[in-house]
Design a protein around this ligand. Sequence first.
Ligand code: PBG
Ligand code: ZN
Length: 476
Amino acid sequence: MSSNLHQAQSHDILRSWQSQRFDINHHKDFVLPMFIGNDDDAVEPIDSMPGVFRYGANRALEYLEPLVYSFGLRSVLLFPVATKADKMKLSAETKNNADDSDEDDDAASNSSDSPNSERSYASSSSSGGTREVMPERLLNDGEVNDEVSKPAVGSQNPFLNQNEEEHHLLACEQGGGIEGTPNRPSPVPVPPPRANEHNARAGGNVSRKEDVRLIKGMALKDKYNPVLRLIPKLRVKFPKLLIICDVCLCAFTSTGHCCLFEDHVKATNASGQALKHGSLSYFPISNNTSCHYLAMLSVEYAVRGCDVVAPSDMMDGRILTIRQKLNENGFNRVAILSYSAKFASAFYGPFRQATNNAPEFGDRRAYQLPPGSRALAIKAVKRDIEQGADFVMVKPAGPYLDIVRDISERHPEIPIAVYQVSGEYSMLKVAAGAGVLDLNLALREMLTAFRRSGATIIISYFTPELLKGEFSVASD
Ligand code: PBG
Ligand code: ZN
């Protein structure tokens, strides 16, 4: 089942991606990522990405018309953007008529995650109490106590600090920018996350039920997920366009994270604000439930006519769950492009502004890959191919081309996409705007490097300019 071929060659563009080729400007290989806002008639600039806009569905159609008909755009990757106001409205509404049994109507109940290891400490905190019970895992590491002991840190230069956790703890103590708890067992005593009154009043509990309601009430509904509304219109207007949908929950969760969590209390700093940085060690990911809703969302996109779903969350098992659910619903023709080697990266900064989805607490290091880990990237790609991914992605692009090379050598059976992400785009655009480099030459060099490393599919915010020939990439 997971090794079907048909869906991987079901569209002209997919067949093109299956064919090896070495020129750097083949128009079929470029994918345009687009942010789709919920006001169908709005166009909003994104400050951190000069030249990129958030389009409502109607405006997206207008914007795409010349690109498709005059400049040969063949493929888009769509991201829904939800507003905080809508989320809060929905959250309040659904809370009022919440019925406790509504979470588990469609097999999500069978997918609760490892209750023994995760629930045990998570649920103890939902009473709004002021103390978090320590996860057993950390207690077993020995030396954990409630006191924060101040480690000696050798240098003010973070690059020179051998122990990153020590640096975090110190910064936390000093009220500095980096706060959080370590990801790995640490010799340094670690403070448990604390709930306090302020936190409880501010809605400091993370509730899985609440997020499930948001997913069901927003992500899966045309009224609040603008990509659901856009797909059928695109289908009619641009019948040959390859429509790829990013599949993730982060646009809709209360936490801004890509997954659902088991119930827990958010870690806060002394003044009760949720910690923005630091790892997610204390926050138990509800993996199976997350996969379940990713699959539900994939089916909704497939029903409306998308060609490819691209799960971007990095949850374990999502490819298999999505493939099964698609096939059960008769969507064998829909392919899966997996964000397989997705690294936890600073280069996503502008994207998070574009989509309003910066995490409310913690960061994404517990599910995205550590930038230094070649091994996990290789493992993640293997995992996803085994589960039925038709195309795999390496992301960001520029800093990770060695990984593209590794994968293209290990897996000649699968085409590789690179995603030149928001920060890579803005870095070039802003530098060129400031006159410090020649955008044409710099971009050309990047594209050549993507190809050289073994990538076939190039996802880039420069796609419109490239197709319009504003960069003379065709010229030699
Ligand atoms: C979230 C998602 C991100 C991007 C694509 N999907 C951001 C993140 O993981 O924090 C990044 C894209 C970009 O920076 O252009 N599922
Ligand atoms: Zn996400």
